[in-house]
Design a protein. Structure first.
Length: 114
Protein backbone atom coordinates (compact mmCIF):
# COMPACT_ATOMS: atom_id res chain seq x y z
CA UNK A 1 0.00 0.00 0.00
CA UNK A 2 2.87 2.35 0.72
CA UNK A 3 4.26 1.75 -2.77
CA UNK A 4 0.84 2.57 -4.25
CA UNK A 5 0.65 5.77 -2.22
CA UNK A 6 4.20 6.75 -3.14
CA UNK A 7 3.59 6.16 -6.85
CA UNK A 8 0.30 8.07 -6.71
CA UNK A 9 1.90 11.14 -5.15
CA UNK A 10 5.03 11.34 -7.30
CA UNK A 11 4.99 14.19 -9.80
CA UNK A 12 5.81 11.67 -12.56
CA UNK A 13 5.10 8.07 -11.57
CA UNK A 14 6.90 6.86 -14.70
CA UNK A 15 4.31 4.19 -15.52
CA UNK A 16 2.21 4.43 -18.65
CA UNK A 17 -0.18 1.90 -20.12
CA UNK A 18 -0.44 2.26 -23.88
CA UNK A 19 -4.16 1.48 -24.08
CA UNK A 20 -7.24 3.65 -24.30
CA UNK A 21 -7.97 4.72 -20.72
CA UNK A 22 -4.67 3.10 -19.70
CA UNK A 23 -4.56 5.05 -16.45
CA UNK A 24 -7.95 3.64 -15.45
CA UNK A 25 -6.84 0.07 -16.30
CA UNK A 26 -3.80 0.61 -14.07
CA UNK A 27 -6.04 1.81 -11.23
CA UNK A 28 -8.33 -1.19 -11.62
CA UNK A 29 -5.42 -3.65 -11.74
CA UNK A 30 -3.71 -2.09 -8.71
CA UNK A 31 -6.87 -2.24 -6.61
CA UNK A 32 -7.64 -5.78 -7.78
CA UNK A 33 -4.23 -6.76 -6.41
CA UNK A 34 -4.64 -4.80 -3.16
CA UNK A 35 -8.09 -6.19 -2.46
CA UNK A 36 -7.03 -9.67 -3.51
CA UNK A 37 -4.23 -9.57 -0.96
CA UNK A 38 -6.43 -8.21 1.83
CA UNK A 39 -9.19 -10.63 0.87
CA UNK A 40 -6.84 -13.57 1.34
CA UNK A 41 -5.90 -12.27 4.77
CA UNK A 42 -9.51 -11.72 5.83
CA UNK A 43 -11.69 -14.57 4.65
CA UNK A 44 -14.89 -13.97 6.58
CA UNK A 45 -17.55 -12.06 4.67
CA UNK A 46 -17.80 -9.19 7.16
CA UNK A 47 -14.03 -8.78 7.25
CA UNK A 48 -13.81 -8.74 3.46
CA UNK A 49 -16.49 -6.08 3.27
CA UNK A 50 -14.47 -4.04 5.76
CA UNK A 51 -11.32 -4.57 3.70
CA UNK A 52 -13.16 -3.53 0.52
CA UNK A 53 -14.41 -0.35 2.18
CA UNK A 54 -10.90 0.31 3.49
CA UNK A 55 -9.43 -0.10 0.00
CA UNK A 56 -12.05 2.24 -1.43
CA UNK A 57 -11.32 4.81 1.30
CA UNK A 58 -7.62 4.48 0.43
CA UNK A 59 -8.41 5.22 -3.22
CA UNK A 60 -10.43 8.29 -2.24
CA UNK A 61 -7.61 9.44 0.06
CA UNK A 62 -5.13 9.12 -2.81
CA UNK A 63 -7.30 11.27 -5.08
CA UNK A 64 -7.71 13.88 -2.35
CA UNK A 65 -3.93 13.91 -1.79
CA UNK A 66 -3.36 14.29 -5.54
CA UNK A 67 -5.77 17.22 -5.58
CA UNK A 68 -3.56 18.89 -2.96
CA UNK A 69 -0.29 18.00 -4.74
CA UNK A 70 0.35 19.86 -7.99
CA UNK A 71 1.09 18.91 -10.74
CA UNK A 72 -1.12 15.89 -9.96
CA UNK A 73 -4.88 16.29 -10.07
CA UNK A 74 -7.83 14.36 -8.71
CA UNK A 75 -10.07 12.38 -11.02
CA UNK A 76 -13.34 10.87 -9.77
CA UNK A 77 -13.12 8.29 -12.57
CA UNK A 78 -9.96 6.97 -10.92
CA UNK A 79 -12.05 6.15 -7.84
CA UNK A 80 -14.56 4.36 -10.07
CA UNK A 81 -11.71 2.34 -11.59
CA UNK A 82 -10.48 1.54 -8.06
CA UNK A 83 -13.98 0.35 -7.14
CA UNK A 84 -14.12 -1.81 -10.26
CA UNK A 85 -10.81 -3.40 -9.28
CA UNK A 86 -12.14 -4.10 -5.78
CA UNK A 87 -15.26 -5.77 -7.20
CA UNK A 88 -13.15 -7.88 -9.58
CA UNK A 89 -11.03 -9.04 -6.63
CA UNK A 90 -14.12 -9.90 -4.58
CA UNK A 91 -15.39 -12.04 -7.45
CA UNK A 92 -12.01 -13.73 -7.96
CA UNK A 93 -11.77 -14.44 -4.23
CA UNK A 94 -14.80 -16.71 -4.62
CA UNK A 95 -12.97 -18.90 -7.15
CA UNK A 96 -10.17 -21.48 -6.81
CA UNK A 97 -7.75 -18.74 -7.90
CA UNK A 98 -7.89 -17.34 -4.35
CA UNK A 99 -6.41 -20.56 -2.95
CA UNK A 100 -3.73 -20.56 -5.64
CA UNK A 101 -2.68 -17.01 -4.76
CA UNK A 102 -2.74 -17.77 -1.03
CA UNK A 103 -0.55 -20.82 -1.68
CA UNK A 104 1.92 -18.76 -3.72
CA UNK A 105 2.15 -16.18 -0.97
CA UNK A 106 2.80 -18.78 1.72
CA UNK A 107 5.52 -20.39 -0.43
CA UNK A 108 7.16 -17.02 -1.01
CA UNK A 109 7.09 -16.29 2.71
CA UNK A 110 8.77 -19.63 3.45
CA UNK A 111 11.52 -18.82 0.93
CA UNK A 112 12.08 -15.40 2.47
CA UNK A 113 12.31 -16.83 5.99
CA UNK A 114 15.08 -19.28 5.05
Amino acid sequence: MLWTLWMALRSDPGITVDLPCGDKWLHAFTFTCLMGWWGNLYRRRQARIGAALGCLAFGILIEFAQWLSPPRDADPFDVLADALGIVVALVLLRTPLARVLAGLESRLLRLVRR
